[in-house]
Design a protein around this ligand. Structure first.
Ligand code: GTR
Length: 431
């Protein structure tokens, strides 16, 4: 099997000298490619018992479940399924939104079936002119549905928000000033003009983004009697956010105006990590898009470039499951690495995007993870990335795995959306 030697050879080329192994003192953030330690990635096509995975059925029956289990147990934590009593409530519809170019809908997903109980609110814009069900871009947002567009018809979120004066968040709550505050991240017009719906949910509806020992958000809904917090292998906040994305697809399946078989899940940064995990656990996501997702997303953990496992688990102790903390300054003991997260999405199209100034997220590590997912795509009859050379800025590459390095900072820009629309047009419609 050629995969393992090729992986090692690629890393030897990239690794000029070796960093000391885990030391008692936490290493400084490394931004020097020559100081990336040498490492060996777990091979997605060699099973835990050493068996070479050389057929699609061995992948589906043996290796994929094994890798998924490792990510659930050691990285993101196990999530529950769909709540039995969950119900949907359409709370508003405006078929003359955005100067009559769009239908705007708001749908509450009532996790216990109770209108006053825990819920998430989905905002949907769909092209007014569409005939038949439309494909959907779905993504979580950071500061409320009303921030994606300055549209007074969108309900202002009442939920707790991370502090951000610039975006109009005062005392951890949204204000009218936060309407449209993140509009630059959402290419609403372009998405609608290309014939797609856009659906979004505030991530804090599922779990507010701070460490409260998992008392708020959806986690307590699933505690056993007497349970106080998730077990070490149970879901953290990223997994809860991903779970919410799947609940949105549950709704799409009931809405004849939306094509639940053509849902592209997209996320930026922490929500890009979330999009990847959602795509890995839920095969209903037909396309998965990671925008600048970095550590715990598309970037290889073993490179220890920019943000590391120890840093992320310290700054955001609630994002991953408790077991993930075993790998703080101990990346080589991880039974998986992030190329295998991408491989879990195979053979579905996946797009990884980096930004040239976003060194914290390790653009090269994101590219390499996409590259080393490719053997699984090939095994399943898909071309994968199609190049082992990281492209220059603003030069999208790839086939079933797409990649670009946008010039500029950590953000979602219209350039990124243009590539995602091209990618979805190609894979959904052969355009
Ligand atoms: C950073 C975090 C990153 C990334 C980013 C974001 O502070 O270290 O992993 O998720 O936040 O979500 O914007």
């Amino acid at each position: 099997m050629a995969t393992a030697p090729r992986i090692i050879a690629t890393f030897l080329l990239l690794s000029v000298c070796t960093f000391p192994a885990a030391s008692a003192q936490r290493a400084e953030t490394n931004y020097d490619e020559s100081k990336v330690p040498s490492y060996t990635l777990p091979d997605p096509l060699i099973a835990e018992d050493g068996q070479v995975i050389d057929t699609a059925s061995l992948w589906w029956e043996k290796r994929r479940p094994e890798i998924l289990e490792l990510f659930e147990r050691e990285v993101y934590g196990r999530s529950p399924g769909r709540p039995e009593s969950m119900e949907f409530q359409v709370t508003s519809v405006d078929d003359q939104a955005l100067e009559s170019t769009a239908i705007r809908k708001e749908v509450s997903v009532l996790f216990t079936g109770e209108p006053d109980g825990p819920k998430m609110d989905v905002l949907i814009y769909q092209p007014a002119a569409a005939e038949g069900p439309v494909p959907v871009f779905l993504g979580l947002n950071f500061f409320g549905n009303h921030t994606i567009r300055d549209d007074p018809g969108i309900t202002l979120s009442q939920q707790w928000m991370r502090p951000n004066r610039e975006l109009g968040i005062v005392d951890n709550r949204a204000t009218e000033a936060s309407r449209g505050a993140n509009a630059s991240r959402w290419a609403v017009e372009d998405i609608l003009a290309a014939g797609y719906a856009l659906a979004t949910i505030y991530c804090g509806d599922l779990d507010p983004d701070f460490d409260d020992g998992f008392q708020n958000g959806v986690h307590p809904l699933f505690y056993r009697p007497g349970q106080q917090r998730p077990d070490p292998d149970q879901w953290g906040t990223i997994a809860a956010w991903a779970w919410g994305l799947s609940r949105a697809v549950d709704y799409f399946e009931t809405d004849p105006q939306l094509d639940a078989e053509r849902v592209a899940v997209m996320g930026h940064s922490r929500l890009g990590k979330t999009a990847l995990w959602a795509g890995a656990v839920d095969p209903r996501f037909a396309i998965v898009i990671s925008n600048n997702s970095g550590c715990g997303g598309a970037a290889l953990s073993r490179r220890r470039f920019g943000e590391t496992v120890a840093r992320i688990n310290t700054s955001f102790p609630h994002w991953f499951c408790e077991n993930f903390k075993k790998y703080n300054d101990n990346e080589d003991q991880l039974p998986v690495d992030q190329h295998q997260l991408i491989a879990l999405i195979a053979p579905r199209p996946v797009y990884v995007a980096s930004a040239s100034e976003d060194r914290w997220a390790d653009p090269r590590g994101e590219f390499l993870a996409a590259l080393h997912a490719e053997p699984v795509y090939q095994l399943l009859g898909k071309p994968g990335l199609g190049t082992d050379q990281m492209p220059p800025v603003n030069t999208p590459v790839g086939h079933t795995i797409g990649y670009h390095l946008r010039e500029g900072r950590h953000a979602v820009e219209s350039y990124d959306w243009q590539q995602y629309l091209n990618f979805a047009n190609k894979h959904f419609f052969g355009k």
